[in-house]
Design a protein around this ligand. Structure first.
Ligand SMILES: [Mg+2]
Length: 545
């Protein structure tokens, strides 16, 4: 099985090496380090932690897979932020998210009196407009425990009609206090008219006193908007609907909207509020064009992020500082030339371009080293991982699993040999084999997947992999190979790094090969030495610590 994915982390081991462009070239031992044209040395084998990402997915057009926030790390960061122990359920009493919400609503509550007094002096009718999902009602448990970040409108309607949402932390006190003070409270949501009664019922259930049907706006059923809504095209945008409704509240109903609160930028764009407050929500992104001709650059998502791979940044970053998972998915899709079907473009994409450049550099170097080793009789070998190094899992991960790893589906893909080759990799394997290197496979796939993996590889243009030099992991019912003894903290479980580095040690020390290079898409494929050179292939679609 490829992905045991415990929530533990701790990549303590780092190797000294060097980097050429996106190609990490590391050495097990400084004495064996190869020089490189880039001249940047001492690069550690750890993921990047700083990212620049536009919300709309366009950053995936760069041929820089390591520059895309890894989606598994993004999920873990979100879990930490919401105090989710891994169940998909948010901590209801204490978390960085609740603390941040408390700071936001605390600041707003401190200003209510002054705002109300100013309205009284001006003789206006002050109103507050609130969105529903993740503004007054909290969808985390639905989004994560139920949907696993894959939105499902049927499940959503179930949660809505059964009124299952808890209140967004700290919001009930803010809204009730404002209501008691005399503000008129309006609801304005993208939920449909058929969900209006249940939404108001849910709000009342969780403690909101103020919401009433006459002051609650849901999206109209059918294709005809209310007369007060103006849309540039037949299909109204979220901003046209929401800003148009706020305009109606102000101009037709005679209120002054002093405060508009939402968790999406599209809740806030388009004006008709004295003040906009954005609540944090990295769990989904609902973009909308602003009103025609309107530009509000401040009402836009952040583009620079700091994120550690292990999720710990969720304890320190604000919600806006966590890469939004929907933007990450779109960025990954752009990178793989996936137009929205979950299927990668097999011939042309930023990923294909990046791989081609990396493979060109790698092949040039390895061919020389393989020839040299063969001449000197050192039994040179190159070690290749399977998934996303020689075989390409994108279509399984995205079209089939939607980024939610499923070992049963994975085994189906493995046993039926459904994986295409990683673009360009058959040529790399052929080049090193033709120049005197022995080709060795080393994968976290298990014993029961070995025959099918080899068959898949042979069908995809890799005749060089052989049964005796293809290493798969033992299943829990099996005994690890003798050479693993004494090399695992929790024998016979063994971490990926323990399994892979010890197997490379076996290849070198027991089988007598010189591993001139080790190619993998995960840092855990590469950490732990026993290879003259480590080559990291890009893969933002999952992270195996
Ligand atoms: Mg919302």
């Amino acid at each position: 099985m490829r992905r045991p994915t415990p929530r533990s982390t701790g990549l303590a081991v780092a190797a000294v090496g060097s980097i050429i462009g996106s190609l990490v070239v590391a050495s097990a031992s400084p004495a064996l380090a190869h020089g490189d044209a880039g001249g940047r040395h001492d690069q550690t084998l750890t993921p990047r932690t700083h990212f620049v990402m536009a919300a709309d997915g366009s950053s995936g057009a760069r041929a820089d897979g390591a520059g895309i926030p890894n989606i598994d790390s993004v999920k873990k960061t979100i879990y930490s932020y919401y105090g989710d122990p891994g169940t998909g359920l948010a901590n209801r009493t204490s978390s960085p998210y609740i603390s941040e919400m408390g700071r936001i609503t605390g600041g707003l509550r401190a200003q209510l009196k002054r705002t109300y007094a100013a309205a009284e002096r001006a003789g206006t009718k002050p109103a507050i407009v609130l969105d529903a999902d993740d503004t007054t009602l909290w969808t985390y448990d639905m989004e994560v425990a139920d949907m696993k970040f894959v939105f499902d409108p049927v499940r959503q309607d179930y949660w809505v009609q059964h009124q299952l949402f808890p209140a967004t932390p700290t919001m009930v006190d803010l809204v009730n206090e404002a209501d008691a003070m005399g503000f008129t409270i309006f609801g304005l949501t993208g939920r449909g008219a058929a969900q209006k009664d249940a939404t108001i019922g849910n709000l009342k259930d969780v403690g909101y006193n103020a919401f009433t049907p006459d002051h609650y706006f849901t999206k109209w059923a059918g294709s005809t908007p209310p007369a007060y809504i103006t849309c540039a095209t037949a299909k109204c945008t979220t901003v046209e609907y929401k800003a148009g409704t706020r305009k109606h509240i102000e101009q037709d109903l005679g209120y002054d909207i002093v405060l508009n609160i939402g968790d999406q930028w599209s809740d806030l764009q388009g004006g008709h509020a004295d003040r906009n407050v954005k609540l944090p929500n990295p769990t989904y992104y609902l973009p909308s064009p602003d009103l025609p001709g309107v530009s509000e650059p401040r009402l836009a998502p952040r583009t620079h992020f700091t994120m550690k791979p292990d999720g710990s940044s969720g304890l320190t970053e604000s919600g806006e500082g966590i890469p939004n998972i929907d933007s990450v998915k779109k960025t990954i899709a752009t990178y793989y030339g996936d137009l929205g079907t979950g299927i990668a473009d097999k011939t042309s994409s930023p990923y294909v371009t990046e791989l081609a450049a990396l493979e060109r550099r790698t092949t040039q170097r390895l061919v020389n080293e393989c020839r040299q080793g063969a001449r000197s009789g050192s039994k040179p070998a190159v070690v290749f991982d399977a998934d996303d190094t020689t075989l390409w899992t994108y279509d399984m991960e995205v079209a089939d699993m939607k980024f939610v790893f499923n070992p049963v589906r994975q085994d189906y893909w493995v046993q039926n040999k459904l994986f295409p080759a990683t673009p360009g990799m058959p040529s790399v394997v052929k080049a090193v084999a033709d120049s005197g290197c022995t080709v060795i496979g080393l994968t976290g796939r298990n014993t029961g997947q070995k025959a099918a993996t080899l068959a898949n590889l042979h069908e995809q243009g890799y005749p060089q992999f052989s049964d005796d030099l293809y290493f798969t992991k033992w299943r829990s019912s099996e005994t690890p190979p003798a050479y693993m003894q004494g090399h695992c903290k929790a024998y016979p479980t063994c971490t990926t790094i323990e399994y892979k580095s010890t197997t490379r040690a076996h290849i070198e020390q027991d089988l007598g090969y010189d591993v001139v290079a080790n190619l993998g898409d995960q840092y855990s494929d590469l950490i732990g030495g026993h290879a003259d050179r480590a080559v990291k292939l890009p893969n933002p679609t999952y992270y195996l610590p």
